[in-house]
Write a protein that binds this ligand. Sequence first.
Ligand SMILES: C[S@@+](CC[C@H](N)C(=O)[O-])C[C@H]1O[C@@H](n2cnc3c(N)ncnc32)[C@H](O)[C@@H]1O
Length: 503
Amino acid sequence: MPPPESPPPPRADAAGLAALRADLAGAGYTVDGVRSLLGPVADAALHREQPLAADLATRGVGDPAAVLARCFALGMPVATADLDRALPGLTAVGAGALGLVELGAGDARALCDLRPYGDEADDWWVVSDQSEIARGGPLPPDHVLGVGPASMTVAQWTPRRPAGRALDLGTGCGVQALHLAGHSGTVVATDLSERALAFARFTTSLAEVPVDLRAGNLLDPVASERFDLVVSNPPFVITPRRPGVVTYEYRDAGLVGDAVVRELVRTVGDHLEPGGVALFIGNWETRDGQTWRDVWTSWLDGTGLDAWVVQRDDQDPAEYAELWAGDAGARSGTPGYEDLYAAWLADFAARGVERIGFGVVALQRPTGPRPPWSDLVDHRGPVADAMGPTVDAGLRARTWLVEHDDDALLDVAWSCAPDVTEERHARPGAADPSVIQLRQGGGLGLTVPLDTVGAGLVGVCDGSLTARQALGAIAALLEQPEAAVTATAIPVLRALVADGLLI
Ligand SMILES: C[S@@+](CC[C@H](N)C(=O)[O-])C[C@H]1O[C@@H](n2cnc3c(N)ncnc32)[C@H](O)[C@@H]1O
């Protein structure tokens, strides 16, 4: 069967966009507006790509935001007269001229997905292709993805420090570029797909956010350019290179195995200013008895980049096949699905792949000549919604630690971070605790066990005593040599500073 075809992308006509912007705002078609229209349950279900509750909540409702939600988020036909009322400036005919809808006899049907999206500071709308549910069938190979869980992960983990020049690699619908514009002087966004760039142009023009959009493979469009921040939700999905396996532009860069992520690691440093950061997500394969840390150590070798890699999950080849064989609309139990599943298993077997890791990667180019640091962490549990500040602080803390010796570390009067609490557990009736641990309320939500010296040190870290003074007093109290107490405390102190429990 030939693959399904995509409609043409919308056209970013300035007059039409201005009318559309005014109409969408006037209709209250915003994140908050849609949430109050649908209610929290239907709104959350829609975010999980379950449209029925939102359909029931908007059926027969003439409110402009309801008409827009039915048309552009649910992909349902709406009466032309209703769309005219919801878009009084643009009109249904104008929406047709922009390529947003197809007009029928008395009704209009969306050709794309257009949804409100925002952060704490801004309300935007993101335009993308319709999901498989709104389309009612499998996705075409040139599908342009809307905002999904992976987009949100990248957005949430990006350190939002002011950046002179920022790059969004593989911009798709343009969502990361919108976020970057809030804290960057110039935003460049690239994509291999001209179709994706058309969506990004529409999204960013509708938001009146200037973005320099460029077509090309990976970092080719920015050859010899440098950035303070590079973000990417790259096409990292490992895909078998076999006849019959459709390749989707939105998730697959056409390379074998995890080569696209490796390629990014090896080359992005050439495009970072000193102190510049690259933040992206991806998959990595472990083969023939390797650990994921072995893979990352070899990838980073010779790049000169600092690296903080947080592995959030890992899967075996069958789990990975189940995740991605069904992602674009193939259904379990159909012969097509089983062929795909088998192709993934064969592809992994051919390379001796045992596990496939997934996680978030923060790379930093050092500001001067020094050996790079790396911290490869496996952390599966829930994390804070906004991880950007944690990444920002974590990069700064780890950089400070590598640039300062133990004497400098001991001469700082550290404070315990405000989100840290201490837990003590004792056997019933025992006078002293058998377990003392710190719990981090924000960020990675770490739990850190402490020994007596560590607990004593953190207990007095209120910014008034240096670590050296505190450890001197603890050594006296424990009647132990100060040098020995200090030596055991230094690695603990370094770890607590790196992870932001001491600031
Ligand atoms: C997973 S989507 C990310 C979209 C968006 N940035 C987000 O965060 O949701 C990956 C994007 O990379 C693009 N892409 C695929 N292969 C590429 C390549 N070789 N070079 C640059 N971009 C590529 C796809 O067209 C797609 O828009």
